[in-house]
Each structure stands twice: as structure tokens, then as C-alpha cells.
Design a binder for this molecule. Structure first.
Ligand SMILES: [Zn+2]
Ligand SMILES: [Zn+2]
Length: 264
């Protein structure tokens, strides 16, 4: 099997999208049709921008930190059985706080609201990010990799797991309360992230995690998945999802200007 991070990334992405899509077909929660066309266009736009700005920069940062002998795991001799899980958990924790800041700081919310403007949650929503939000996240992610001295293979593994959870938890899967209780005790499952997309401030400001639900439990932002009755996804006060051009222009023509974490 290829060891090239790009090939591994593509293979893991294709696999997880296929599995999430099949589960979404077999065990649907709401059966609402998704905005696949717009989400795919944003996926392509985001892919082009990030490939140009930071194709393999996470792995590159890890390798440079190793050469310069900086960062925790370049200073402390730790076995992979320790450095790998700490890298995955550490980078997921950084993502949790970055997500929370996106809901609090106006300029970041202008970009992040594009993700929340989808009015149906399906696998494709996982790809619905404004390219600007992806770009803005790089400095923090790169800094975290350097400070951790995260091994390159652990970074690749983190990206695969993180992307896997991202696609899986956006799928319209009704996994049921038992799975939500058992798997959701540690991990983010579809019903838990579904709550984060409900068009109400209280739910929007909960369940910020991507891989682990532990961060939400630890920092007081955890909440159970929504009931099917009265379930509505999107930005508070809007009913229609924007098209491609409108979504790309949202940061400058923002409809929901007040970040939800300041809406009270
Ligand atoms: Zn959010
Ligand atoms: Zn989401």
C-alpha cells in the first residue's frame, strides 16, 4: 500500500464518504435531501485553496520541528503507543477550542456561518466550509503540531481519523439513543453533531467536538441529540440555504452577524 500522505488521504476520504453514505441510506434520521451541488462546489473551492496554500504543510511542519528538535515529542523520547494517541487527542482538543472561538469572534463567525447555513444535514455538509475558514485555521493547527513535536505519521493518522469523524457525524444517520449513550460517552456520533446544527442559539453553542465528546463534557458544552419532532437545521431566522456565490460572499454580506456565543 502507498505511503504517500496524499494517496492515504484520498483513499480514507473515499472510504469514509462511501460508508457514511450507505449508513445514511440504510438508517436515515430525517430523510431531507441535501444541498449536494452547493456543498460539492465549496469542497472543490476549499480543496483548491488549501492545496495551493497548505498542500502537505501539516506533515511539513512536523518534519521541520523534528529537524530543529523542537516540540514535546522531539525533546522527550516517547514510544509511538504514547505519542500517537496524545497527538490525536491534542490536535482534536485544539480543534474543539478553535471551533468555540469561531462561534464567539465576529470575523471568524462570518466565515463559519457558511457551514451552519446548510438547511439539511447530509454527508455532503461535512465538505461545506468557506475556503477562508480553512485558511484561517492553519496557523493554529501548524503551531499545535510544532509545539507537540507531533510525529509525521501521527499527523497523517490524525487527519484521517478527523476527516472520518467529520463525514460520519454529518451524515443523516439515526443511530438511536443506545448508541448515542454508549459511543457518545467518548466519541462524537451523528446525533450529537446534529444538535450543533439545530437552528437555535442554545443548541448551536453546544457539542463543538469532532472526534471526542469528552471535551464538551469537560468544558460544559455537552448536550444530547435533538428529537425528530420540530427538528430544524440551519442559521437561526433563516429558512433557505444560500447558493454557491451567496455562500462564498457570506463573510462580506453576512446575514447572521452576531456570533451565536454572544447572542445570549
Ligand atoms: Zn459550529
Ligand atoms: Zn457541522
Amino acid at each position: 500500500m502507498s505511503d504517500d500522505p496524499r494517496t492515504l488521504r484520498l483513499l480514507s476520504l473515499a472510504t469514509v464518504v462511501a460508508v457514511a453514505w450507505i449508513l445514511q441510506r440504510l438508517f436515515p434520521f430525517s430523510r431531507r435531501p441535501g444541498n449536494v451541488r452547493v456543498n460539492t462546489a465549496l469542497f472543490v473551492a476549499g480543496g483548491v485553496v488549501t492545496a495551493l496554500a497548505c498542500g502537505l504543510c501539516m506533515v511539513w511542519a512536523s518534519q521541520r520541528a523534528r529537524e530543529a528538535n523542537i516540540g514535546l515529542f522531539n525533546l522527550v523520547d516517547a514510544p509511538a503507543v504514547l505519542s500517537f494517541p496524545v497527538t490525536v487527542a491534542g490536535l482534536d482538543l485544539v480543534s474543539y477550542w478553535w471551533h468555540r472561538v469561531n462561534h464567539r469572534v465576529g470575523v471568524l463567525w462570518r466565515f463559519h456561518q457558511v457551514h451552519h447555513s446548510d438547511t439539511a444535514l447530509t454527508v455532503s455538509t461535512a465538505a461545506r466550509f468557506h475556503p477562508g475558514e480553512l485558511l484561517l485555521s492553519f496557523p493554529l493547527r501548524l503551531t499545535a503540531i510544532v509545539l507537540l513535536g507531533a510525529p509525521a505519521h501521527a499527523v497523517v493518522m490524525f487527519e484521517a481519523i478527523f476527516n472520518g469523524f467529520n463525514y460520519f457525524e454529518h451524515a443523516d444517520i439515526g443511530e438511536g439513543r443506545t448508541i448515542e449513550r454508549v459511543a457518545g460517552a467518548v466519541f462524537i456520533v451523528p446525533s450529537l453533531h446534529r444538535r450543533h446544527h439545530v437552528a437555535r442559539t442554545r443548541e448551536l453553542n453546544s457539542n463543538f467536538g469532532t472526534i471526542f465528546s469528552l471535551w464538551d463534557r469537560l468544558f460544559g458544552t455537552f448536550g444530547p441529540g435533538p428529537a425528530k419532532e420540530g427538528y430544524r437545521v440551519g442559521l437561526p431566522g433563516t429558512v433557505k440555504a444560500p447558493g454557491v456565490a451567496a455562500a462564498l460572499l457570506m463573510p462580506v454580506r453576512a446575514q447572521a452577524l452576531v456570533p451565536p456565543d454572544q447572542a445570549g
